[in-house]
Design a protein. Sequence first.
Length: 387
Amino acid sequence: MNTAAAFADFRRYPLICALTAVTPLTDRVQVTWADGRISPFHHQWLRDNCPCPQCVYTVTREQVLEIVDVPEDLAPGATRLDSDGCLCVEWQDGHLSRFDPGWLRAHAYDDQSRTERLASKPKRQLWQHDLQLPVFDYQTLMDDTATLLQWLLAVRDIGLTQVRGVPTEPGSLKLIAQQISFIRQSNFGVLFNVQSKADADSNAYTAFNLPLHSDLPTRELQPGLQFLHCLVNDADGGESIFVDGFAIAEALRQEDPEAFAALCEIPVEFRNKDRHSDYRCLAPIIALDALGQVSEIRMANFLRGPFDTSVEQMPRLYRAYRRFIALTREPQFRLMQRLEPGQLWCFDNRRTLHARNAFDPATGARHFQGCYVDRDELLSRILVLQR
C-alpha cells in the first residue's frame, strides 16, 4: 500500500469546511461536510484525480496516470476519514488515494458547489464614460508586489488602466510590461513606435484620426493586453478615446438580440497587408466563451475586408454592424483623455476598443511606444501572485 500525498498542486487550498462522514454507494462515494452539504464523487473521478506520487509527478505536479489504464469497474475496498480529516480510498487493487478536504471541497461537483464556484469567479466591471479610471504609480508597481497585483486585477476586471511617472526614455515600456511576462512580438516589432511618418505601413503611423478598434484583429489570436506609453506629446489633438466593447455588446444584446446574434455567428474577414506581410483572419466580431459570456471583440473597420456571406444574411450583417458602430459613437460609452509624457495606457485589447483623434504634426512632436502581452500571461501572473 503506498503512502499518498494529500494534494498535488502548487496552490494550497484552505480548509473551508471539514469532512464529517463518508458513505460508500454503488458507483460513487458520498461525503458529508460540517455545514451539512453532501457531495458525491464517482469512483472514476476519484481514481482519476488521485494525487499520490505514483499518479502525479511530484516535481512538475502534472498527472502521469491515464484513466484508461485503470479498470472501468474499479471500486473501493474501503473508505474512511483519517486523523487529518482527509478522505482515504483504498482501491480493490491495493492502491491508496488520499484527498485533502480543502482540495476536495474546491473541486466538488454537486450542484451547490458548482453554483458557488461560478458565483465566486472574478466579476468584470462594465463601464461607460464616467469610469473612475484606475491610476497607478510606476515606481510603486515596480517595487511593491501588492500594488502590482492590484494593477493586474484592475486590468483583468475593468480592462483599462493608466500608469503615471513612467520614465520617458525610449524602451522604458519594456520594464513595466515584463513585470507581467514576456512581450509578444509582431510584424511591428517587440516595441513599436507610434509616430507620423511618410512611408507608413499602418494608419496608426499617420496623423489621421483612428476609429475605435482592437489591434491585430487579423491574427487568429488578437493580443490580450496593449500598452501605449507617451514619450513626447506636443502636437495639437491626438486625444485617446476608449469604450468598453463588452458594455457595447451587452447593450446590443439587450436592445436587439437578433443583431447581437448576427455579430456572434457571421464571420468577417480582417486583413493587414503591407509590402512584406499579409495577415488575414475570418472570425465573428463578438466571441462568446463556454458559458455564453462575451469574451472578445474583434473590430477595426480600416482593416476589414468586404463582407462575404449569403445573400439572405447580408442585410442582417450590415444592420447589426451599423448598430454596433453607432453604439460606440454614443457619448455615454466614450471615455476621452489626452495622454501626457510619462503616462501609459494598459488595456485589454480583446475587450477595450481604442481610438485616436487626428493631430497636427506641424504643431509639435508626438511619439508613443507600444507593445503587447498576451492575456494568458496576465491571468497566470495574477494566480502566482495570489499564492
